[in-house]
Design a protein around this ligand. Structure first.
Ligand SMILES: O=C(O)CCC(=O)C(=O)O
Ligand SMILES: [Fe+2]
Length: 237
């Protein structure tokens, strides 16, 4: 990775939307990539998503916990091979809670204002507090050099727990917009491998998308050509 002239700082992109650069260290990225490679295998493995209008999404996807299809959730890969979706492992729930604490501060307040980067980031994960959501779904998207994702809202969940987004491999332009329209105002954020982005509260239903992946920008030592994004969500079911 090139040395930075200015280190990238935690940033509040919109109220409730927090970007924490370099949140996953090298070994954590490697563990997550290894896990993604296992999850991508059949049954209920990586698939091309078809949209109701007859198009296909360019990012290929695999799900854990519940299977997302346009536009809902199912226990099996209803638009894939029909197999039961792979389970959502408890360690991903721990990772999601850790991410939310680092982004917003501990549950019940204390270290930070909701929606502001937490100055105490890096604390060890603790047992879930009663007020913390039960993360039970992961959507893993694989982007090759030409893949992108149009502006959309993550609105198929019945819970409004913050969405936790982790990136691996190539850098992308992540467009984070507003809750009203697919268009401006929005902010373009560069998400690199290892970055964390959390959007909850007033930003939970904001439109967002990935207009561009920057090929060949991932850390060579990871051995991933392309980009992986893992979003962790609470179904509310
Ligand atoms: O790839 C990303 O960073 C965004 C993915 C996303 O918005 C989604 O899976 O709903
Ligand atoms: Fe999304």
């Amino acid at each position: 990775m090139d040395a930075e002239l200015f280190p990238r700082e935690p940033a509040r992109v919109a109220p409730g939307a927090v970007h924490l650069p370099d949140w996953l260290d090298g070994p954590a990225q490697r563990r997550l990539l290894d896990a993604c490679r296992q999850w991508a295998r059949p049954p209920a493995g990586l698939r091309t998503v078809r949209t109701p209008g007859g198009g296909t999404m360019t990012a290929r996807q695999v799900c854990l916990g519940r299977h997302w299809y346009p536009y809902g959730y199912a226990p099996t890969a209803v638009d894939g091979d029909g197999s039961p979706v792979k389970p959502f492992p408890p360690w991903l729930g721990d990772l999601a809670r850790h991410a939310v604490r680092d982004a917003y501060g501990p549950p019940g307040g204390g270290a930070g204002t909701p929606g502001e980067p937490n100055p105490q980031s890096g604390a060890a994960p603790a047992a879930p507090a009663a007020s913390e959501p039960a993360y039970d779904i992961a959507l893993i998207n694989f982007y090759d050099a030409d893949a992108r994702m149009g502006m959309h809202r993550d609105s198929d969940e019945k819970a409004l727990a913050p969405v936790v987004s982790l990136s691996l491999g190539d850098t992308c332009v992540f467009r984070f917009g507003n809750t009203e329209t697919r268009t401006r105002p929005y902010t373009d954020v560069e998400l690199r491998g290892g970055d964390l982005f959390v959007f909850g509260g007033p930003a939970r239903l904001a439109f967002h998308g990935v207009p561009r992946v920057l090929p060949g920008t991932g850390p060579p030592e990871l051995g991933l050509s392309g980009r992986l994004n893992i979003t962790l969500r609470a179904s509310g079911l």
